[in-house]
Each structure stands twice: as C-alpha cells, then as structure tokens.
Design a protein around this ligand. Structure first.
Ligand SMILES: [Zn+2]
Length: 326
C-alpha cells in the first residue's frame, strides 16, 4: 500500500480539506485530509514522519496533575472519576464477570485501568509517553509497558480483553494494529474501543473546529462501516456498537464551541482558567440532550465498539447485537 491510498480499504482518495491544531495550538503544522472515494474514511496525506508526529504531543497532553491539592483539582479529580464510572463501567459490565487478563492500550496515567482492576480484572497497560507510564506505575501500581500502538508486537494469545480508547485514530497503521490485537487475544477474547465518529452531527456542524477531528494528531478517521469491515477482516465479530459516550460526546460539543475551556488545553498551556472551565461544564450539560438524540439516531460523536474473536460469538451466542443503525 502506498501512502496515497486509504488506510482502511486501500482505494484512492481525493483531497478534502486542510486543517491545523485549532484545539490545543501546539503546532503550526497543517494537515492535508483526504477522503476515500470508496469507504469515505478520512486520512492524512502525507502521513507525517514519527519525528514530526512527536512534536504534536506536548507536555500535559496526558493530563498530568499539577500536584497541588487545591479545591479545583480535587473537584476535577472527583468529576473525572464519576464520569469514568458512569460512562465506562457500564461497558466493563457488558464484558461479563471479571475473569482474566485485561490490557489497556494507550492507558495514559492509568486512571481507567485502575478502575477496571478494582472490578477484579488483572490489568496491565501499554503507553507511549514515559511520563504518563511512570505516573500509572507509581500512583496506581500498574504494570505498564512503554510502546506506541504502531510499534507494539505482542505475544500471541496473552489477553482476554484489550481496550483502546482514542488510540486507533492516532496510529499510522490501524489495520495492522487490529490484526495484532486479534493475535494477542486468547480464544474467546474481546476488544473494547472508542474512536471519533466522522458520521456524527457534530462533525457536520463544526467541521474543522470539531474536537473529534483533532488535527494534526489524528492520522486516520474511519467511517463506522469502514472500521467494522476492518474488524471483520482482522477476525472479529461485532457484538455491540453505539455512538453514545457520556464522558466524551457532550464535552466534545463544549470543546468545539469553546476550546479555551478544554481541561487538556489548559494543562498544555499551563494556564488554568476557572471561568472558562465553568462555562465549558455549562455547555457540556446544556447540549447533552442534543448529543443523546444524535446518538439514538447513530450520529453521536464517538463510536464505541465491543467485538469478539469470531469463533467465540458463534459458539456461545450470548453476546448482544445493539447496533442502533450506526
Ligand atoms: Zn477507504
């Protein structure tokens, strides 16, 4: 495959638009986005080199704590934990009783991995940023391997669940990564993933300013159908697909309308803006019903998928099919 072809289906694409780092303003790099003429996925062309990509990730991208136990920090930590519980724990519950080894790829500072471990899973992490990996080890006592998803070369049949949230869109070779996931899973293993949904109302509404686009850090943005096809090709069967994401969907509206209120942006710029943060929270909750409606119609801004190794679904049949037309 050459760089001029769609990373999801291998067919040619046409130039769509150029976009820069509207969200965090850490780089002047302008990304050229192409849209596949076959599957309608978006992808950067040319793909930036690893050295150039490294410049897109400043300190603070993984939401390091300032270490100061201020009231604001404590409130923020409580809020983040509550959001994780409310949104993601219902997905962990869907995975059934805790039984086995779980790998969270792109685990960042390990907050989510630690919550899964508290539910009884044996959890490890994979993280490219050494500072985030160190935080996860020191603060949560997690085992974290340092690697990015593109370089990951897993041992076969090691894990029962592999999760990766907001990771696939950062990879240069997403399909190779999915094949590696399939290889790394034990028989009956499952993956749990979340990516931005370019078929969303938010992208239609905000365009280049949509948070989910996040240029130039996102290298590929598949349509839901292209991603599902890639998963099937890699040996997975889709068990669940939904575009409702409490933690990520409504805040994405706030980030698109008011980037200055974005917590990660404030971390990166090392400039807390409490008033903007409150406005950001107000926008998040004001527009929540709109995002919920979009998700009910399969047009929410984030796509969450649970998929199992193909033989598992056929043999047990106990997984649910809840596609909601995504
Ligand atoms: Zn394509």
């Amino acid at each position: 495959m050459t760089e001029s072809t769609c990373p999801y289906c291998g067919r040619p694409g046409k130039f769509a638009f150029r976009a820069g780092d509207h969200l965090y303003e850490v780089t002047d790099y302008q990304a050229d986005l192409y849209r596949c003429e076959n599957c309608a996925s978006l992808y950067q062309e040319p793909v930036p080199t690893r050295e150039v990509i490294a410049e897109f990730y400043p300190g603070g991208y993984w939401q390091e704590s300032s270490g100061k136990p201020s009231l604001m920090n404590r409130l923020q930590a409580t809020y983040i934990r509550w959001m994780l519980e409310a949104d993601l724990m219902r997905l962990v519950t869907k995975m059934g009783p805790a039984a086995g080894a779980w790998l969270d790829i792109g685990c960042s500072r390990g907050d989510w991995a630690a919550l899964i471990r508290d539910r009884g899973w044996r959890v490890s992490g994979l993280e490219a940023d050494p500072r985030a990996a160190a935080y996860a080890r020191e603060t949560h006592g997690l085992t974290v391997e340092e690697s990015d998803g593109d370089s990951w070369n897993p041992e076969p049949e090691t894990w029962d669940v592999i999760s990766f949230f907001h990771l696939l869109e950062h990879l240069r070779q997403p399909k190779t990564f999915l094949v590696n996931c399939r290889k790394a899973l034990r028989p009956g293993g499952r993956i749990l993933l979340r990516v931005p949904n370019i078929n969303s109302w938010q992208f239609a509404l905000f365009g280049k300013r949509w948070k989910g686009l996040e240029m130039p850090r996102h290298i590929t943005l598949p349509t839901p159908d292209a991603l599902k096809a890639a998963l099937k090709e890699a040996g997975f069967e889709i068990n669940h697909a939904s575009t409702w994401a409490l933690r990520d969907g409504p805040p994405s509206i706030a980030s698109s309308l008011l980037p200055a209120g974005e917590p990660t942006r404030q971390q990166i710029k090392r400039k807390p803006q409490p008033v903007m943060t409150l406005l950001y929270l107000a926008f998040t909750w004001t527009f929540l019903p709109l995002e919920l409606l979009a998700a009910l119609l399969g047009r929410g801004s984030m796509l969450t998928i649970i998929a199992s190794t193909s033989s598992y679904s056929r043999n047990t049949g106990h997984t649910t099919q809840t596609h909601r037309g995504v």
